[in-house]
Structures are given as C-alpha cells and as structure tokens.
Design a binder for this molecule. Structure first.
Ligand code: GLA
Length: 730
C-alpha cells in the first residue's frame, strides 16, 4: 500500500512486514525518513534533527538560516556538488563543463500495477500484486528531470527502484553517474555483507562493520563478475539467520556495477548501488532520456532467513518469466567434464544412452559442436554445425537422443569470436578494440562488439537458424572472458563512455529475442560458471550455472553464499566425476547427489564409467529428486549451518508452504577422531505437528526445532544424509 499524505507531504510505502517513507521537506528537497519494520501511518520526520553543523553548507534559499544542510539530512536520492559531500547518486556534466546536480520535488503519482523498463530486466506481475510510485524531481538550472520509480510487491516485502533521467532543456547534457538506489540510515552501527570470490569460487560472504568512510564492491569487467555479486546486505551488528534487522539490496544488472556504503561524520550511513561510474558517460540530447537498471530491496526484522525467503519467492514468482515460473525443469546430463570439446556423435549418443537408462530427461551438447572447434582456440563465431563431428547434421543426433526418450539441449557463446574463425577473417573490425592497440585475449578469444546492432543481427541469424533446424528445448548461453579495450567504432569519440552499458543492453536485446522467438526453450545462463549470476540475467535465463567448480564440498560454500539472494531453483548444480577436476577431491557419489539437489540438479560426467553400485545410487538420486521436486524448487529454504565456520557438518532444509513436509540435507566435513554426539535443530516446522522421519519414527515439530534430531555416528569424510519429514497429524 502506498499512501501520500498531502498535509505532511509524506509518501509511505507499506509492505506486509515493512514500511518505507520519504518526505518533501524545505525548499522541495526530498528526504528519506524511515525504512524498517512495519509501522502505523505517521510522519517519521521527527527523526530528522535541525542543527547548525560546521562545514555543512546551507542551500541559498535558506537565507541566513544555518540549520538545513543537504550534508546532514538523509536524502532520498543524493545529489552532487551542491552541499552533500557523501556518496552521490547522480552527476551531470552541463554544457558549461560543470558537474553538479541539484534536485527538487515537482510531483508524485501513485498507481496500481508495476512500471516496466524498456530494454531492461525488471520484476513484473499483476495490478493486484503491485503498486507503483513515481516521483518527479527537477534540476531547474540543468533543465533535467529525474523520475524515481518505486514498485511495491506487498506480499513479499519487495520494494523495487529505478530511475529515469530526461533532458528537458535545449542543449545536450552528459550523465556521468546514475545510481538506481540510494538508502540513507540515521545510524551507522551496521555490518556490510558482500558476496565475493573468483572463477571457480564465487559468492563467498564477507562481513565487516561499517567504519568511517566508504566501503565498496564493484565490477569493471563488463559482466557482473565472479569477483563481487551485485547483491549486498546491511544489518544489525548482531543479526543472524533468525534475528536482527537486515536490509538486502540486489541490482538487476549484468555489467559494471558499484555497491558502496558510507559511514559519515555524524554516524549516519548511506548505501548507493547502480551502474558503475567507471568510464561511464551518457549523452542526453534535448528530449533524450536514460533509464538506470532496476534495484530491489527486502528489509527483514527477523534476520537473514526471512529476508532470503522473501527474495526467493519474489524472484521465482515475479522475476522469472512464463513459462518457466511454473514449469517443471528437466534433470539433465551434460558431457562437458567427460569429453570437453573433443567428441563424436557416437560418443555423445553413448553418454546419452547411459543417462536415459538412469531416467535422466535432457541431454545437453556443450561446447565443440560448431565450426572448427576441437579445443578453445578456434571456431567461436561460426555458429554452424561441424558435420565431421556430427554426420548428418544436428537433426540426426537430436533424433537419436529423442529416440532414447530424452530432450536435447545445446551450448552457445554468442558474444565471442576466435581469431581462428571464418567470422573473424571476414569481419576483424567487429570486435571491441581501441584504435592503435592490439586486443587482449582471454581464453584465446576476443569480444564481439555487442553494442552494435549489425553484429548482433549477424550472430542472432546464425543461432536462430541452428535452433530452428532441430527440436531443441534447452540452450546454455556462455560468456567466457572479461571485457578489455572497450571502444566501439559505431560511436563518436565523445560517446565512448556509453559502450560498456550499450554492450549489456545488446546482450539483453539478444536474450529478449531468444525468449520471444523460442519461448519453449529453457535458457541456462553461464559465464565460466557464475560470473554473470545476477537478477538481470535471471529475467532472461531462469537458471544460471552456479560455478565451474563442481566439487561437492566447495559447492556447499558457493551455493550457501548464492542462497542469500537467489533461490535454489535458479542455481545450476550437477554431480560430476571424482577426483574432482578442479580440486582433486574425492567425495562419495551419494554426497555429490545431495549437494546437486541444492540446485537445478543434473549430471556432468560419463555415467558409463560408473560401477553398477554407483549407477544404482544415481538411479535412486534421480527418483528422489523427482519425488521431491516441488518441495526443493518451490518450498521455503532454510540455512541450518554456515559452511564457512568449518563445523562438523553443513545442513539446509526445504519446507513446504503449509509446513506439512520438509526435506533436510546434511553433509559432514572431514572425519575427526572421538566425534561428539550431534543433533541437528531444524527450522520452519509447525511446533504443534508431529512428523514422521523417512517413513519411520515420529518426532514432535517442537522437539525437532528445539532439541534437534539425533544424528547418526558418521564414519569417513564428507558423508551425507537426507531426512524427509511428513506431518502425521491432521
Ligand atoms: C565454460 C562453462 C563450462 C563449459 C565450458 C565450455 O567454462 O562454464 O560449463 O560450458 O565453458 O567451453
């Protein structure tokens, strides 16, 4: 519910459990007054105190009054160069060369439904579920209007934000910074949690108290990156899974971003999140407009668990698009770790046959099927079937796989080109590269200039032809390097600051075309694993390969970190062979299956190499995953332990919405002598109900949550266990 109080000049956004408020204050400055647990209606501006503070300037309109300063009040969308010295949200370069922005309130409008963003990913849904607030601010001198957009998804406590900037003057203006979210707090005793890592070790949480000054994470790699995820949390210093106030903020963007938190001189905090201002400058011609990507926030008064569950529900129901919001996704087999790019059609058919016999549903042909591709040095850009490898073309292999009762999927990497390719030989000027420089290589490949429509068109036509040529039901869209030498011949010198963002817009346009032309195809995003795992890509690709690291024990950490924002149903997770290709670690097949069920579930190995006993384990795993599909993919998710603490086990749980069913999963660490007697306290059950565990003994929900389930004495390293709980009371 969004309420405008005309007298108090407050806009109050209520969700089921939270309240957010802003107020039009003196001189039309829009101040932020509150975000936190749900309150009754009222004006929270009593929290804002007027005081003359040294070196905090006063706006000219204040005359002799010294108690109003942009530097001391919490701002709704911070400005630049006119008295607020903290993190700016917007920076304009005017024809005079000045770089200031001063925004004052013009008006606001509340309407039912959710605003949309042309060419950008965004949460969506019906007019019953959503409300929109649009606030218009204006910089009179710059003749620029800024529209702040807010969407409220009441049921899931989700507040989305986006920003549109319009040049309403007669001269071009350059936008040098345009954040999507600014969130001020009248306190700075907060912890900042960010999700960081590297290729093969993504989204590991890092938590630290805010200290005076700015702490930030960002990406300048052209993709949201393995190194830092565009999702952060600010929380009470003692916040945990089940207690403490916390604020999660995600950016729906797949390119350069920045998330920065500042603790200021008076112990206030500010979070600013959005496009990275690094090498960014966007020219707004008279009448021109720019839209900043969407951000989304959830505030939880009860710790991280409820925050994550609200993000999960909102992402599953209102970010993932039809038909994949509700459609069941297949259990897949991918041959990459078994063969890499050297394979024949017969070899693939063999792998598919083994998988079909174990009830897998989708065969994915990974990298190596096109052009002259036998390894990662050649062929990217030539999206036509290599008939030496696949005699009779794609159709012949697809039919062989379909005859086994499986559907067929294919790998692509549309944004890239190898120098050793027909495409590069014909169009060496289609890559991102700076005149006079020689382009850096990454994985021996170059980046196509996806900011250019003609380049995208050529690649799209090729890929569309392939996808239309056979019965394909899944695509894995990969992106295997970071951007360098970002310059495009399609833009004049003074507009090169647009290339990074136009590249991402090009990716989104390409993805939107795929979605439109092939709505039945499930697209799995990938960027050397999880290098572009963000809310932006999830709008187009309902699942994303979580990491190239398939080691079950490292995956416990990667998937744990990922789960703070993103639901299990979006995390690509497979069982692979041991010793693991990344870590060399040995883990039991059963454990690898339990860990991969914390995701979309599939296999990435040559199952014909398995012993009959291992195959039996696989068959049972597949059956178990299918039996619990709805519970795992759609249930409420609980983290039961933190794998970064090196405790005796890592555990998590899926609970049905009616709390009558739950699946608890647990993986032990390396074995240690003289193990203690352990019990596992589960969460989210109905304390009044009794539950049967794995079809056997009955325990009270209250006892399972308060006292715990007595764990068996495990022996050996990395053992696992799953408990299926079903309510026995009516
Ligand atoms: C990336 C992906 C892998 C695989 C290879 C193929 O590394 O993350 O899963 O598809 O590319 O080259």
């Amino acid at each position: 519910m969004i309420i405008y109080n005309e007298q108090a000049k407050t806009y109050t956004l209520h969700s089921k459990n939270t309240t957010y408020q802003m107020k039009v204050w003196d001189y039309g400055v829009l101040l932020h007054t509150y975000y936190g647990p749900r309150l009754r209606d009222g004006d929270l501006s009593c929290l804002l105190r007027r005081k003359d503070r040294g070196f905090s300037p006063n706006p000219n309109e204040a005359g002799g009054s010294r108690t109003f300063s942009l530097d001391t009040f919490p701002q709704e969308y911070s400005t630049c160069g006119v008295g607020d010295y903290r993190l700016p949200s917007i920076e304009l370069e005017l024809p005079s060369g000045s770089r200031t922005a001063d925004l004052r309130y013009v008006g606001g409008e509340v309407r039912r439904g959710k605003y949309g963003l042309e060419g950008l990913p965004a949460f969506h849904g019906s007019a019953e579920e959503w409300e929109t607030l649009s606030i218009v601010l204006r910089d009179a001198a710059a003749r620029v209007e800024v529209e702040l957009l807010y969407g409220v998804l009441e049921e899931y406590d989700l507040i989305t934000r986006a920003v549109r900037v319009k040049n309403v003057g007669g001269e071009p203006v350059r936008l040098c910074r345009c954040a999507s979210l600014c969130l001020d707090f009248i306190r700075s005793d907060l912890d900042l949690i960010t999700f960081n890592g590297a290729h093969v070790m993504e989204r590991c949480p890092s938590r630290a108290p805010l200290r005076p000054g700015i702490q930030s994470v960002d990406s300048v790699r052209g993709a949201s990156s393995h190194q830092h995820n565009p999702f952060v949390i600010l929380c009470d210093r003692d916040a945990g899974e089940e207690h403490g106030l916390c604020y999660g903020a995600m950016l729906l963007y797949s390119g350069n971003f920045q998330a920065a938190a500042e603790a200021d001189q008076f112990e206030n905090a500010r979070l600013v999140m959005g496009l990275n201002p690094y090498q960014f400058a966007w020219t707004l011609e008279p009448g021109g407009a720019f839209t900043a990507p969407e951000a989304a926030m959830v505030c939880s008064p009860w710790g991280f668990g409820p925050m994550s569950r609200q993000f999960h529900r909102a992402i599953r129901k209102s970010l993932i698009r039809d038909p994949w919001a509700d459609r069941r996704k297949p259990v897949l087999i991918n041959h990459w770790e078994a063969t890499e790019a050297r394979f024949t059609a017969d070899r693939l058919a063999e792998i598919a046959q083994e998988a079909a016999a174990l009830d897998l549903e989708l065969f994915v042909m990974d990298d190596g099927w096109f052009g002259a591709r036998d390894d990662d040095n050649a062929g990217l850009g030539d999206w036509f079937v290599n008939e030496e490898k696949l005699p009779g073309g794609l159709g012949a292999l697809v039919e062989r796989v379909k005859a086994l009762g499986m559907s067929f999927g294919i790998w692509i990497e549309p944004e890239m080109v190898n120098e050793d390719s027909e495409l590069y030989r014909a169009h060496p000027d289609w890559i991102l590269n700076v005149p006079g420089r020689r382009p850096s290589r990454g994985r021996n490949q170059l980046v196509l200039d996806f900011s250019r429509q003609d380049v995208r068109e050529h690649i799209y036509t090729q890929i569309k032809t392939v996808l239309s040529s056979a019965d394909i039901s899944y695509v894995k869209w990969d992106m295997n390097r970071s951007l360098t030498e970002v310059w495009s011949p399609a833009l004049p010198a003074n507009r090169q600051g647009e290339v990074y963002h136009r590249y991402v817009l090009g990716v989104y346009e390409f993805a939107e075309r795929l979605h439109r032309d092939f709505p039945h195809i499930l697209i799995e995003g990938c960027c050397g694993g999880g290098g572009r795992f963000d809310g932006g890509m999830l709008y187009y690709t309902p699942q994303i390969w979580c990491s190239d690291n398939t080691d079950a024990i490292d995956r416990l950490r990667i998937q744990y970190g990922t789960s703070f924002c993103y639901p299990v149903s979006t995390m690509g997770a497979h069982v692979s062979a041991v010793p693991n290709g990344t870590t060399g670690r040995l883990t039991p097949m059963e454990t690898r299956g339990v860990v991969a069920m914390h995701g979309t579930f599939g296999y990435e190995m040559d199952l014909s190499r398995c012993t009959p006993e291992e195959k039996e384990v696989v068959r049972r795993q597949v059956a178990r995953f299918k039996a619990h599909y709805d519970l795992i993919q759609d249930g409420d998710y609980y983290r039961l332990s933190d794998p970064f603490r090196d405790g005796p086990y890592t555990a998590w749980e899926h609970v049905s919405r009616d709390k009558r069913e739950a699946l608890v999963s647990l993986v032990t660490g390396p074995f240690r002598g003289a193990p203690p007697f352990l019990s596992l306290r589960v969460r989210g059950l109905d304390p009044a109900l009794r539950y049967r565990v794995n079809g056997g003994e009955i325990y009270g929900g209250d006892a399972l949550m308060a006292a715990g389930y007595p764990l068996p004495m495990f022996s050996g390293d990395y053992q696992s266990m799953q408990l299926h709980l079903t309510a026995v009371d009516a």
